[in-house]
Write a protein that binds this ligand. Structure first.
Ligand code: ADP
Ligand code: MG
Length: 244
């Protein structure tokens, strides 16, 4: 395993002629927990989606667990096996049960047997504290439960890195905590995590470093204490003023 989980160098990403990411440089150590925040439209989702190449980059390099991502198609599949992703809107397959959602990718892309995939799925459903929901369909679950299924589904691939894109923003307030607790749990086990979120209490509790983005750039990166008590960037100062 590489000591550096993710290395982004001079990453530039355009949508048409609009620069969504400009000269992004970020190295994430193995086991490190990074929280990414910033105003809407600042490029947070784009940044996180480039790491498993849901978005292609225009220039620069991204190396994930020692594998260069930008070099061509073959590496992309390999990297995606190592990188789990949890989205704001869960993205579960509605026509499949919770268990089927969890076993699909391991069986399809890792050629794991059904028995083994089911055992792994039940293990992770237990971990996210919903083992009894295995045979239900997503629509029969609350948002918080669906998001925990999405986390379990990602874990079933045994990823080395987990990416989260605002995993609690689509949830009713009373369900935010159950999902954050699940993520705090994961963080405690040494999983490399990159999480876009505005849950600053979570960031304080879990993050090794917090990244603040503005207009496609990383404009501040610091450990939590310095980030909150001594912000340098003016946009960050305003941002912190608005949310606290
Ligand atoms: P954030 O997650 O910080 O809100 P995004 O990464 O989603 O920001 O978007 C950054 C910028 O890129 C925004 O201005 C957004 O409108 C634009 N953008 C995002 N996705 C696309 C797309 N598929 N096509 C064109 N513009 C996009
Ligand atoms: Mg976003």
């Amino acid at each position: 395993m590489s000591a550096q989980a993710v290395v982004m160098q001079d990453v530039v990403k355009y949508y048409g002629d609009f620069a969504a990411l400009t000269d992004v440089n970020l190295s994430v150590e193995s086991g490190e927990r990074i929280v990414i925040c910033g105003p809407s439209g600042s490029g947070k989702s784009t940044l996180i989606r480039t790491i498993n190449q849901l978005e292609e980059i225009h220039s620069g390099t991204i190396v994930v667990d020692g594998i260069e991502l930008t070099a061509g198609g073959k590496n992309v599949a390999k990297v995606r096996e190592d990188v789990g992703m949890v989205f704001q809107n869960f993205n579960l397959f509605p026509h499949m049960t919770v268990l089927e959602n969890c076993i699909l990718s391991p069986m399809k892309t890792k050629k794991v047997s059904r028995a083994e995939a089911e055992e792994t799925a039940r293990h992770y459903l237990e971990r996210v504290k919903i083992p009894e929901q295995a045979d239900k369909y997503p629509a029969q679950l609350s948002g918080g439960q669906q998001q925990r299924v999405a986390i379990a589904r990602a874990l079933c691939m045994k990823p080395r890195i987990m990416l989260f894109d605002e995993p609690t923003s689509a949830l009713d307030p009373e369900m935010v905590k159950e999902v954050l607790d699940t993520m705090i749990d994961l963080a405690g086990e040494g999983m490399t995590m990159m999480c876009v979120t505005h849950e600053m209490e979570f960031a304080k509790a879990v993050a090794d470093r917090i990244v603040f983005m503005d207009a496609g750039k990383i404009v501040e990166i610091n450990e939590p204490t310095g980030f909150f008590t001594n912000p340098q960037n003016e946009r960050l100062q305003n941002f912190l003023g608005q949310i606290t």
